[in-house]
Write a protein that binds this ligand. Structure first.
Ligand SMILES: Nc1ncnc2c1ncn2[C@@H]1O[C@H](COP(=O)(O)OP(=O)(O)O)[C@@H](O)[C@H]1O
Ligand SMILES: [Mg+2]
Length: 272
């Protein structure tokens, strides 16, 4: 991703830019957006990272953005009105260089509402949107369609690093007798980080016997190699779910009550 930023103290007459990242679920959109957000944040006057998901509560999202950019909490009683939230955001952002990540947005309608709060200024502000939907991405970037990026799958070399680091701690620690079967498993993951991490995690619970690994390889289809189909990813996820102990299955089911990318409070989970 091309990324040009001057220092936050310089004042270029630079228009606000919206870039969008598309890719399948598990291709690494949130991870990459978060990396950029963490690394580039210091170049901006204020920043916010919000997760939108399929059924967004727009007021909650606007309230979260406002709290993050102003670094203060807003009680629901004071900030339940959408128009008030939008106007407060616009007023605060008018002379700021801001960085906003809008993660996992699914509809053009949600974008249209959120966009109202993100005042267009000439301070060099940046918005990064992630979505699985190419039409939504284009709509966010419009008319700068050149700022809509599609995430590519990991190369085989990067897939190997991710896989071996997850399973053995480093590439060098892979035992010789598991090298070939590992390469076959990695190929089947089609460069999809979520598949690599999930299968890698499953294999950490297996013995070092080649037979165990062959069984895992045989239970993954070849779908991801050609195209990261949802069905194939579901198969990999259910494979590792079925392999969990009963207690962990229960724990995981409790986790499924929270929305995607939600920050889970440990006490809350333990209480349940
Ligand atoms: N470039 C990468 N290197 C290592 N791990 C990655 C990379 N991209 C994604 N991951 C891992 O893959 C999983 C899915 O990534 P995520 O960013 O949530 O995908 P998406 O947002 O596209 O659904 C996460 O566990 C993440 O840590
Ligand atoms: Mg995501």
């Amino acid at each position: 991703m091309r990324w040009q930023c001057k220092s936050k103290n310089s004042s270029p007459a630079s228009s606000r830019q919206v870039s969008a990242m598309t890719g399948f679920g598990g291709s690494g959109k949130t991870t990459l957006a978060n990396q950029v957000y963490q690394k580039a944040g210091r170049l901006f006057n204020c920043q916010a990272f919000v997760s939108v998901s399929q059924n967004p509560d727009i007021r909650k999202i606007l309230r979260s953005m406002l709290s993050q950019i102003r670094k203060e909490d807003f009680p629901i009683s004071r900030s339940s009105d959408e128009a008030w939230l939008i106007n407060s955001m616009r007023d605060f952002l008018k002379d700021k260089r801001y960085l906003i990540v809008i993660d996992d947005i699914w509809s053009i309608q949600a974008w249209k509402t959120i966009k109202c709060a993100l005042l267009e200024n000439s301070c060099g502000s940046r918005i990064i949107v992630t979505t699985r939907n190419v039409s939504v991405a284009k709509s966010c970037c419009f008319p700068r369609l050149d700022l809509a990026y599609e995430l590519r799958p990991l190369t085989e070399a990067d897939s190997k690093i991710l896989f071996f680091t997850r399973v053995f701690g480093s590439v060098e620690k892979c035992p010789l007798h598991l090298n070939e079967i590992s390469t076959e498993i990695i190929k089947k993951c089609g460069g999809l980080p979520l598949a690599i991490i999930t299968i890698g995690s499953l294999l950490t619970t297996k013995s070092d016997s080649r037979e165990d690994w062959v069984r895992v390889r045989n239970s993954i289809g070849r779908g991801l190699e050609k195209n990261p189909h949802v069905e194939e990813m579901e198969r990999i996820l259910s494979l590792s779910y079925n392999d969990l102990t009963l207690q962990l299955k229960t724990c995981l089911l409790y986790l499924s009550m929270y929305p995607e990318d939600y920050e889970v409070q440990m006490e809350d989970l333990v209480r349940r």
